[in-house]
Each structure stands twice: as C-alpha cells, then as structure tokens.
Ligand binder design. Structure first.
Ligand code: SAM
Ligand code: SF4
Length: 335
C-alpha cells in the first residue's frame, strides 16, 4: 500500500463510490428526463479500466467500494467486475464491496453478487403501490422489484431500502413503508430530494419534503432513539424502539455534515468528484489511458484532486429557489 489519502481538512478518504454506467432501465422522474441522451460507449471506462482505477484507490487506502450508476446491473458483464473486486476482499485490502440498485435485475444476479463477496445491498423503492411505482419510475414495474428483493434476501444479502421523500407522493405511505420493512427485517433510509441535472418539467420545490417533518410524523407513532452511528456521509440514524428497526435520514440540504466526509465519487467516464454538491472534478481517464502500464501518473492525479476536496457543499433551498443546482445528473455522478 502507498500513503493513504488525506485531504487538507484532515479527512481520510476511505470510501469510493463508483458509477459504472449512466444507463438505466428506469426513468425516475426526479433523476432523469424521459428522453435522456446517454454517453457514447467509448466515453465510458471499460471494465478493465474500472478495475485498474478501483485497484489504485484501494492501494491508496480506500476500504469501502460502493458500485452505483445509472443502474449498475444493466451494464454488460458487470459480474466480471464484481468478481474481480472480490479479490481485494479476499486479500483484506477491501473491507466492503456493496452496491445501490433499483432491484430490477436482482433475480438474475443476487446469488452471483453474494458469491463475489457482496453482503449488503441498498435497493431504491419509493412506494409500495403498483400504479404509483409505475408513475414515479416511468419504466419500472413493482412486482419485478419485489421479486428482486426476495431474491436478494434469499441469497443471504442484507437489504437496506432507500426511499426518496417526496411531498404529495409518498407522505401517506410513511408508516406502511416502515412497517413493511420491519416485517422483512430491512433497514430503511429516507433521502431528501436533491437538485441534480435537468429533468424536464418536474417541479422540484413541489417535490421537496423536509426530513425534519418526516421525522416529526414518525415520532407521533414511535419512540425514536438517536443512534451515534456515523457512516462518514450525510446520514443520521434513529432506532424505533417498538420495532427495533434502524431508520436513516440523508439530509444533504437541511444539514451540513461535511466535516466528517470520507468519500469521493468516480463517474463512469473517469471523472473524480470530490464533493457531490460542487462542480469541481478531476479527469482521471486521461492519466489512466495515456499510461497503460504505469499507475504513477494516475496516483499523482488522484492525490492532486484530493488536495482540492472542498470543505463543504453549495446546495441551498432556503431562499425558495433551487440555488446551487448541479448541472450534471445523479445517474452520471452516481447517487
Ligand atoms: N439506479 C440505482 C438506484 O436507483 O438505486 C443506483 C443509482 S440512483 C442515481 C442512486 C440513488 O439516488 C437512488 O436511491 C435514487 O433514488 C437517488 N436519487 C436519484 N435522483 C435523486 C435526486 N434528485 N435526489 C435525491 N436522490 C436521488
Ligand atoms: Fe435509474 Fe436509479 Fe435514476 Fe431511477 S434513480 S432513473 S433507477 S438511476
């Protein structure tokens, strides 16, 4: 291993999120427009390049790798990549290999993911109502995802459900979602909707359901105990005393937890974003492609990028306009 990655604010970078594709089999209204244009294939890192990139980060101290997208499981041959990363779990260099998925392909891949060393998976699900599910994902079908969740649990994967909190959409399902997850022994995390990319005519401020409101509503039915657990990201957890279940809140807009941020994000084209809420990024594809047999230029580019990791992000809804909106899509950077 080479020297670990530490940024100017003394935060050790131990967590890399990697978007392996910008493509998806869904078109969630808060994430993509219906007629998204995707990147030409040659822009994407190949699976071999992704391997080299991730291996370099692991050498520099990354211990946790989360694979995301787009929908990571629609990338052709992606299991080859998961199995290749499994070698870093076996060597002990990597502590955790995990993914965020919409669940649509888990019937096919759950067993294989477990075999590659994946033990936990985050599955995104915003509603338990078939009609609303089709409305919000445009192209998704709820039964397929529910079967995927079954397959994941059967394969031995620990499932956490991620739900985007959307005003006027899933407010009325708060308790139903909590109880459904409790009955299946799954944790649940709510995410505040973030201003990412141009998604067409959707009204973002109309969608915004502050999680402090959601939490207050939860408190009307359950006793909430704050948990000290920190993941180094913008998530905070409570335990519901009645169910024993862990509920997470990801609130990048209303709170700023940047001081403990341990993560960076790599896009499917090899751009490294040091902060989800800032435009600054470093191109790592050029040093990778221009020096096929030599990782030194890549490592130097990573270290130069980490030295620019900002103290905090720029999102702000407080003036009732979508300030600090990021021009890129979540599916590009990876949620
Ligand atoms: N396709 C996979 C999935 O849906 O889980 C992985 C990629 S998706 C971009 C990752 C997460 O970002 C999902 O949980 C999704 O709900 C969330 N997401 C997408 N757009 C968002 C937005 N504008 N604000 C908040 N969360 C968003
Ligand atoms: Fe696809 Fe995930 Fe974006 Fe939905 S949130 S469109 S499933 S990438």
């Amino acid at each position: 291993m080479t020297a670990p990655l530490v940024d100017p604010f003394h935060r050790a970078i131990s967590y890399l999120r990697v978007s392996v594709t910008d493509r998806c089999d869904f078109r969630c209204v808060y994430c993509m427009s219906e007629n998204m244009t995707f990147l030409p294939k040659k822009e994407l890192l190949t699976l071999e390049e992704l391997d080299r990139m991730c291996t370099a980060f692991i050498r520099m101290g990354v211990e946790k790798l989360r694979i995301t997208g787009g929908e990571p499981l629609v990338r052709r041959d992606i299991m080859t990549f998961f199995h290749a990363m499994g070698r870093h779990l076996e060597s002990g260099a990597l502590r955790e290999l995990t993914l965020t998925t919409n669940g649509s392909q888990l019937v096919r891949f759950a067993d294989d993911l477990f075999a590659a060393g994946v033990r936990r998976v985050n599955i995104s699900l915003d509603t338990l109502d078939e009609k609303k599910f089709a409305d919000i994902t445009r192209w998704g079908r709820l039964p397929q995802v529910l079967k995927g969740i079954d397959a994941a649990q059967k394969a031995g994967l620990r499932v956490k459900i991620n739900t985007v909190a959307l005003k006027g959409f899933n407010e009325d399902e708060l308790f139903a979602l909590v109880e459904w997850c409790a009955a299946r022994d799954m944790d649940l995390t709510f995410i505040e909707v973030m201003p990412m990319g141009d998604i067409g005519n959707e009204d973002r401020l109309g969608q915004y359901w502050p999680l402090r409101e959601l939490r207050a509503t939860l408190g009307e039915r359950y006793s909430l105990t704050d948990l000290a657990e920190r993941s180094g990201g913008p998530a905070r957890y409570v335990q519901l005393d009645e169910t024993g279940q862990k509920i997470g809140f990801i609130t990048p807009l209303t709170h700023n937890f940047c001081e403990s941020c341990n993560r960076v994000r790599l896009t499917c084209t090899g751009e490294l974003y040091m902060c989800l809420g800032q435009e600054d990024m470093a191109d790592l594809r050029a040093p990778l492609r221009n020096h096929p047999g030599d990782d030194a230029p890549l490592e130097a580019a990573v270290r130069a990028a980490i030295a620019r990791k900002p103290k905090g992000h720029d999102f702000d809804y407080s003036r009732q306009s979508v300030d600090g909106r990021m021009s890129r899509h979540m599916s590009h950077t990876g949620g």
